[in-house]
Design a protein around this ligand. Structure first.
Ligand SMILES: [Zn+2]
Length: 259
């Protein structure tokens, strides 16, 4: 066998190995350390207002997972909640993302759910995740805030208070976003670790509009040894589709999953 033929055989063998292992030329492996990809349970069930942006939210989170390091399972209706959010079901997932949920979701065993969060669990909430389970103080305590009202959609001039957290490190010092801006039942500063805040009310038509006011709109917190992230943004489809919001979410998912 000539040297040239021998090299050819080795190259063919290498190519076959790459095909067998699913590695294509020019592709990179996201997590070369191996191991199963974490699963994010994306909950979009609603028993109150249902946002038209929910399909965009679902596709955005799925695409973030596909292009990074996690898989998603969707939990879209009451039957999904009853099947997937049991004590046993939660053992199959690594994070729960309440994406524009509203109302009482019918989680079959709330004690088991909160125990799961408190024992190294991971929770994310976007927008109306804070308009969810108003009748369950443990949920509001876990999330760190409770939606009260909103006015007209408006431009928010957001102060990026935490410039080093993975959820906000890519955002710069100010972030202008046109969205529906939530007002909360109380100011939670001191009870959460604020990431984003407004220093005046948006021009949303509500009393006090455009007047100075401290309004945290995104934060993290601990719940037991679990990690919780919330952002009030995410009413509009174009917010979910924007590069900055996607970076905000991917950083948050990275953080709650301790990656
Ligand atoms: Zn909304």
């Amino acid at each position: 066998m000539s040297l040239r033929v021998g090299l050819k055989i080795r190259l063919v063998a290498l190519a076959a190995l790459m095909v067998a292992s699913g590695i294509g030329c020019g592709e990179s492996v996201t997590k070369p350390s191996g191991g199963p990809r974490p699963v994010v349970l994306v909950v979009t069930h609603t028993t109150g207002f249902r946002h038209s942006s929910i399909p965009t939210a679902e596709s955005t989170i799925a695409e973030l997972g596909r292009t990074s390091f996690f898989d998603v399972t969707f939990c879209r209706d009451a039957a999904d909640v009853a099947r997937l959010m049991t004590a046993d079901g939660l053992k199959q997932v690594h994070a729960v993302f309440f994406a524009n949920t509203t109302g009482d979701l019918g989680i079959p065993d709330l004690d088991a759910f909160f125990a799961w969060v408190q024992a190294n669990g991971a929770v994310l909430g976007a927008h109306s995740a804070s308009d969810t389970y108003h009748n369950e103080p443990r949920y509001i305590d876990m999330l760190g805030g409770e939606f009260q009202t909103h006015g007209n959609q408006a431009q928010a001039d957001i102060d990026v208070e935490n410039r080093t957290h993975p959820a906000t490190s890519s955002l710069g010092s100010r972030w202008l976003v046109f969205d529906e801006i939530y007002h909360f039942t109380s100011n939670n500063r001191g009870r959460v670790d604020t990431l984003l805040a407004l220093d005046r009310q948006p021009a949303d038509g509500l009393p006090g509009e455009s007047q100075p006011k401290d309004m945290p709109i995104s934060w993290t917190k601990s719940y037991g040894t679990g990690r919780v992230f919330y952002t009030a943004l995410g009413h509009r489809e174009d917010v979910w589709e924007s590069a900055r919001f996607r970076q905000h979410l991917l950083g948050a998912i990275t953080w709650v999953l301790r990656r």
